[in-house]
Write a protein that binds this ligand. Sequence first.
Ligand SMILES: C[S@@+](CC[C@H](N)C(=O)[O-])C[C@H]1O[C@@H](n2cnc3c(N)ncnc32)[C@H](O)[C@@H]1O
Length: 280
Amino acid sequence: MSEKIFVPPIKIQGIKTKLVPLIKQNISLSKNTLWLEPFMGSGVVGFNVRPERAVFADINPHIINFYNAIKTGKITSDIVRVFLYEQGRTLAQDGENFYYYVRERFNNYHEPLDFLFLNRSCFNGMIRFNREYNFNVPYGHKPQRFSRAYITKIINQVKYIEDCLRVYDWEFICQPFETTLAITETQEDTFTYCDPPYIGRHVDYYDSWDECSEEKLRCLLYEAQNKFMLSTWCSNQYRENKYINTIWSFCRKIKHEHFYHVGAKEINRHPVIEALLVNY
Ligand SMILES: C[S@@+](CC[C@H](N)C(=O)[O-])C[C@H]1O[C@@H](n2cnc3c(N)ncnc32)[C@H](O)[C@@H]1O
């Protein structure tokens, strides 16, 4: 029977839900291992691995605020229920106008519940910020989006995180990957799972990535003595990822899987073979 994968409340482009079983098969953590996830995105990988201790980090403050709001109790599954029923009802009545009203409200006040609402009602469940760091994804045109069943699903996703936070020692920090990787200098037993943006797949101002960033990441991972796993793309129908045999040539390649992405750029539109690279 296939394993049930937990899908987190906040979605992001490049979410690795389908890779979770393969990732889990290829890691082994002890009770003391500190899980480091410098590019948490939706957090789907760590949330399914369920390490005892973890640092989930991302440069996007809204992702981190959302999970810290659950951690401090500012957001609970009950609060989410009331909020989504109310806001969902208004969306059903006013449609597009209400979506853009909430988008503006979020860009002024950065409330995590508004972030959740937008993430679940915007076009394609994207997260994208413009150069002023304003959320700018258009409306998904589904006024009936927040049905009873859909809200229940989201509430259960928030409950899962609440339950984990009661049991595990998980931190959520907004910081660049360099700061997260520096933790390996002071902690002996760490496992780092890295899923950086793909070069040339820039979709968002929190998500820019170039050869220089990739090289910096390589240096930090290479220097750290602890284990790491890196998700990257291997090839699509047009080209190979040359960095696998240059920057990442010291790594072992685990396996490829096919994925279909959506988006405007060539690399996003076609089946992509993804690779997991490890240093063990
Ligand atoms: C491909 S997504 C990670 C997806 C995640 N593994 C998942 O399954 O949902 C890359 C993430 O890296 C974050 N990011 C981009 N540049 C960063 C940087 N310099 N430092 C830390 N995080 C960064 C982005 O905000 C984004 O959330």
